[in-house]
Design a protein around this ligand. Sequence first.
Ligand code: XUL
Ligand code: CO
Length: 440
Amino acid sequence: MKEFFPEIKEIKYEGAESKNDLAFKYYNKDEVLGGKTMKEHLRFAMSYWHTLKAQGVDMFGGETMDREWNKYENVLERAKARANAGFEFMQKLGLEYFCFHDRDIIDESMMLADSNKLLDEIVDHIEELMKKTGRKLLWGTTNAFSHPRFVHGASTSPNADVFAYAAAQVKKAMDITNRLGGENYVLWGGREGYETLLNTNSELEYDNFARFLKMVVDYKEKIGFKGQLLIEPKPKEPTKHQYDFDTATVLAFLRKYNLDKYYKVNIEANHATLAGHTFQHELNLARINGVLGSIDANQGDMLLGWDTDQFPTNIYDTTLAMYEVVKNKGLGSGGLNFDAKVRRGSFEDKDLFLAYIAGMDTFAKGLKIAYRLYEDKVFEDFIDKRYESYKTGIGKDIIDGKVGFEELSKYAETLTEVKNNSGRQEMLESKLNQYIFEVK
Ligand code: XUL
Ligand code: CO
């Protein structure tokens, strides 16, 4: 089989002192933390779209990346070459998982039936590669946003034919995800949202969105798909108002339509920040509601207002993200999918490896720091003490539901002084720094 990255050998762990750019400094896959290896904690995945399809196009200019595997004339040959390059890439980097949209693994044809036939052919090939290399599918999904038919949305389009087309696509994508043993199925609401209420029946659109998600649940049961269904929140882009704004919005939506027991969320860092939240906020909210399913690992640029999908290199963000994951006791069937793309100026194939190394190392180090913070109960003990007033006396009565406004009023009248304690934010931030600097 043709080798697409002949200059690059298997990427190994060499430790923090290494000067080798093509080596891991912190990601030591076999290192054990709390009875699990780093590889088991992190469950890293390659995103098929950004890694294998993106070629550096932006609003102002064309391709800067010259990917050998995308040059084949014939659709199936090109798709096979792309898959071969992807599996070579995953093996060399030690990435166990991958994620794809239906339209990433093979290009779409004019007619749906032809697209589906081609999908079966490329899935045969991918299945073989998976068997040969031991790589696994973290999740599959559908691209129901790129084609012009989805101009007004997919399940929230005003056009019922588009609803039907999206349904057919999701059905097929669920079939292939199931066939490949996918551990989750993701629904990102691509163009499910609106630009202006002057032309939008939002009530019908929300209802239709829920009808669609119910059909996904029914079909999952019908085909016996064991994976977890995930919704990926995002507040804006492509539409101004995306229906799945953030975790809180998704939860309210799922609860309204009685869909909450079937779905968890896939939290993406850059989507969190676009919603005006930190990455940790979204992970925390998902965790305390029992719906933290998986992560799209990337980072945004705080000076830009759009989804830049950069490789995660901010140690504060990865530490606090992994802190939530550790507190969640892992991600279950989820993992860390690098929904991240190299910058347009990083156009060499080698940059793909360098970018993944940077992201994997930053998350590995974040995991180690988070684990120590958790074990040493650095924040836990402080937080526990901060809420101490609810453990006895009137606080305990509030928690136990023993008092109402009347009893509380009587109690408040007896208070001569209300005394608060410092939140010690700076001290805690300094402790966090200490762990970031010192944990080896
Ligand atoms: C878009 C995005 C998607 C989803 C899958 O911002 O994150 O790639 O992860 O459709
Ligand atoms: Co994503």
